[in-house]
Design a binder for this molecule. Structure first.
Ligand code: N2P
Length: 376
């Protein structure tokens, strides 16, 4: 009952907004059906107009672009996408006072940092009734229990992808950290342009905790990353999968869904979770504290739209990342749900770990990463 009430209200708001009226995002709780014991919270956005346009600040290739048009048709709000390449880049932008973003997509550990630094707005759940579509385990994530600030968007893993017709199947991070000048891959390899991800690869290779704050271990990881540089064509988080698909590169460190998407262009690509383990992540839809009330309302409507089961399913199928949306599963084909590169089996998941905020050691990571990047 409650859900239909919300959906009805949302449709009403959308219709009124499309007709050019300024209307509240949700009606006062007094109009809730008498039988509904879960009274809707009073809307905090009673006099908020929808903007014509909002900006979604997102990773590259991380949404089915058709969905923007569909949201615009339904809400009257046009969505412009701007991209970043790492959590650290996104964080630096917000810390530096960049504003104008309605929706951002930080990963788990970065959400924790952003909450602590007051960079995120609290979500008005009355505007996001589709929150109820999340699978239970994604409603109480440790970095934001109860989805106070963010809504889990997609989850995935970090490993590497290679062209199986040109590379002997590697299974270990050693393929990055023990470069061989005589191998075919030498000079045709990339690693993620991402301090925590690249350090996690080196730390996993060395057998250390990927969230270590031990300076000696971090220095060892830095040396490994500098040695790895000898065979790198570069650091890249945005086009690495396309460069493997086109044959320009043969091996890349990266995220599972990106390689699966690139398989549409080159079916010889194989994605691997290295035997030493690696990273599992949950990326989230959040609204920066700097958003205006208008941007925030439209952002919440976009988040709600992306949580529609059928929309979430289509989005996941398009970008090849696993959905935290339980209700979306009914709309996902069996072969997608059974794909172990998207939904890793328990024995693989067991080897993976979430990146966590490292507190003061963040500056050590940043300094050592700068040293890696500038090393000759
Ligand atoms: C998509 C990037 C996935 C985000 N291109 C990794 N957190």
């Amino acid at each position: 009952m409650r859900r239909f009430y919300y959906v009805f209200l949302l449709l009403l708001v959308i219709a009124l907004a499309a007709a050019g009226c300024s209307q509240p995002a949700a009606a006062p709780a007094t109009s809730a059906p008498a039988s509904d014991t879960q009274t809707a919270p009073a809307a905090s956005s009673d006099s908020v107009k929808l903007p014509e346009e909002i900006v979604m600040f997102n990773w590259t290739d991380y949404i089915d672009p058709d969905l923007y048009g569909e949201f615009e048709e339904a809400s009257g709000v046009r969505v412009i996408e701007d991209n970043y390449s790492s959590n650290e880049e996104l964080l630096a932008k917000l810390q530096g006072g960049s504003a104008g973003y309605a929706v951002i997509v930080p990963s788990d550990y970065t959400v924790g940092i952003m909450i602590e630094e007051g960079l995120l707005a609290k979500l008005d759940h009355a505007n996001i009734p589709n929150l109820s579509n999340l699978a239970d385990r994604f409603t109480q994530v440790p970095y934001d229990p109860g989805s106070v600030y963010c809504v889990p968007y997609m989850w995935g893993t970090t490993g590497f992808g290679y062209d199986s017709t040109k590379v002997d199947p590697p299974a270990s991070w050693s393929v990055f950290f023990e470069p061989d000048p005589n191998s075919d891959i030498y000079g045709r390899v990339t690693m993620l342009d991402d301090p925590r991800e690249s350090f996690a690869a080196a730390l996993a290779y060395l057998g250390y905790d990927i969230n270590t704050t031990d300076e000696a271990q971090l220095n060892e990881a830095k040396d490994a990353l500098i040695r790895a540089k000898a065979q790198l064509a570069g650091y890249d988080s945005d086009t690495y999968e396309d460069l493997v698909a086109s044959g320009e590169n043969l091996l890349a460190h990266g995220w599972n869904g990106d390689f699966l998407l690139a398989m549409e262009d080159n079916e010889n690509i194989v994605y691997v979770t290295p035997k030493e383990g690696g990273v599992v992540f949950v990326d989230n839809l959040c609204i920066p504290a700097s958003a205006t009330p208008e941007q925030k309302l439209a952002g919440e409507m976009l988040i709600n739209f992306l949580l529609e089961p059928e929309v979430a399913a289509r989005n996941s199928e398009f970008i090849y990342y696993a959905s935290p949306n339980k209700a979306a599963e009914a709309f996902l084909p069996e072969d997608f749900l059974n794909d172990t590169s998207i939904y890793p089996p328990a024995e693989v998941l067991d080897k993976l770990q979430y990146l966590e905020p490292v507190g003061e050691a963040e500056s050590i990571y940043q300094r050592l990463w700068d040293e890696v990047k500038s090393a000759q």
